[in-house]
Each structure stands twice: as C-alpha cells, then as structure tokens.
Design a protein around this ligand. Structure first.
Ligand SMILES: C[S@@+](CC[C@H](N)C(=O)[O-])C[C@H]1O[C@@H](n2cnc3c(N)ncnc32)[C@H](O)[C@@H]1O
Length: 222
C-alpha cells in the first residue's frame, strides 16, 4: 500500500516538475530527493561544469552521504565559488582542467550514482564526457544534461546543443529511461539506468528488423 502511495506521489511530483520552471540546482535537488532508496552506502555524484548548481549538489551530497566531485576548466570561477559559497560547498572536491583530460582519473575505480553534464556548449564534447563515464554507470544511476531536449521538442528554452547527440544515443539504448524537463534550467533531460532492457525508442531501434539475405541473394545471384 505504501509503495502504491509513494508511486502516485512520485507521478504527481513528476507532472508538477514538468510544468514548472526551475533552476538547474532545483532540478538536481528534485531528482535526488527520490533516489535515496536506489543509492548505496557511499554514493558518488559527479558534476561537469561548476556554478550555483554545485551548492545544490553539495547539499544533496551531505544529506545522502555522497562523495561529490565538481569539474571545471576555469580555475578563477572555482576560486570565486569557493570564496562566495564557503562552508556550503566544503564537502565538494573540485578538479580543475579540461573535462576530457581529467575525467578518466576522477572516475577511475568508481561507481557513479549521479552525473550532471553541463560544461562546454558542444554536442560532441558532452557525448565524449558521457562515454568516459558510461562504464561507471549502473542500474539506478541517474544522468542529468542541461541544454538538452527530446528530438521532437518544439520549444526548448535553449538550442539544446549539449544533448544533441547524447539524447538520441540514450533513447536508442534499451537501458535508459529518458525524460525531458523543458522548463528546467536551460532545457534539461534526465535519464535513469534501468536493469530491465525495456526502453529503446522504436524510432531509433527496431529489434524486429530482419536481414532477408537469402531472398536478396536469390535475386542478386540469379
Ligand atoms: C553553463 S556553465 C555551468 C553552470 C553550472 N552547472 C550551474 O548550473 O550553475 C559551464 C561551465 O563549463 C565550464 N567548461 C567549459 N568547457 C569546459 C571543459 N572543456 N572542461 C571543463 N569545464 C568546462 C565553464 O568554465 C563553465 O563554468
């Protein structure tokens, strides 16, 4: 009974969040609010592209006893964030550098529970960041992408550049349950890694496709 009520409550909140405008940080807090049941003892949160969102991620990290990593290329911005946010981000480990260079070391040997992709405004760069992290994502893991939209989205809040390749990639995978949050941040997309392989969007994947090679050979080699 409690599980049914929880699931109804979650669906109402999802509908509410889809309609409401909110910041990147609020979206992080909302996504992580429900995740405590899916997280292990010492979860790992990774943010690529630091900023005000880091304060929200840090707060979630404290509540959920997570290790929080925030990566950014701009050392001056990190220093300013540290001096302005002070103790509020004391639990965050910042790593400065180009994400594609520093990510492999940050994620090595780790299981990532939450990944926020919000660095360079480039579809390829974001895809490469994801591909570095992908082997470290497991069932229950959640990915959030800013400046992203579903391919059919008519009015995203931004050009949705960061998700232009990654969102279709996730939609084509049978393990990722993808949702769009067009009014959050600069248009956001989240995805949950599911153990059941039930989620491939048939617009991208058609498992029923059959190569009728014998018929083609009969015609071609007549
Ligand atoms: C949109 S801002 C992040 C905003 C932050 N997530 C927030 O919501 O408050 C993008 C950040 O990505 C960083 N960035 C850009 N290119 C990068 C790269 N190649 N590697 C790491 N960080 C990068 C920028 O320095 C900038 O701080």
């Amino acid at each position: 009974m409690i599980r049914i009520l929880r699931s109804i409550h979650r669906r109402i909140r999802e509908r509410f969040m889809e309609k409401r405008e909110c910041s990147q940080g609020e979206m992080i807090e909302w996504l992580l609010a429900d995740r405590s049941e899916c997280l292990g003892d010492h979860p790992v949160f990774v943010e690529i592209g630091s900023g005000v969102s880091t304060i929200h991620l840090s707060r979630c990290g404290r509540r959920l006893k997570a290790s929080v990593y925030s990566l950014d290329i701009n050392a001056e911005k990190i220093d300013a964030l540290r001096s302005k946010a002070g103790d509020r981000i004391a639990n965050v480990e910042f790593v400065v550098g180009n994400s594609l260079d520093i990510l492999p070391d940050v994620v090595e040997g780790k299981r990532i529970d939450f990944l926020f992709l919000d660095s360079a405004a480039s579809a390829l760069h974001t895809l490469h960041e994801f591909l570095i992290c992908e082997p470290h994502l497991h069932p229950g893991a959640c990915v959030l992408i800013d400046n992203a939209a579903m391919p059919a989205e008519k009015r995203p809040l931004s050009p949705a550049r960061k998700g232009k390749i990654l969102v279709p990639y996730l939609l084509a995978s049978s393990h990722w349950k993808v949702r769009s949050h067009p009014r959050a941040g600069g248009s956001m997309v989240s995805a949950i890694y599911c153990a059941d392989a039930d989620f491939a969007d048939p617009d991208y994947e058609n498992p029923r496709h059959v190569d009728h090679w014998q018929e083609h050979f009969d015609i071609a080699f007549r």
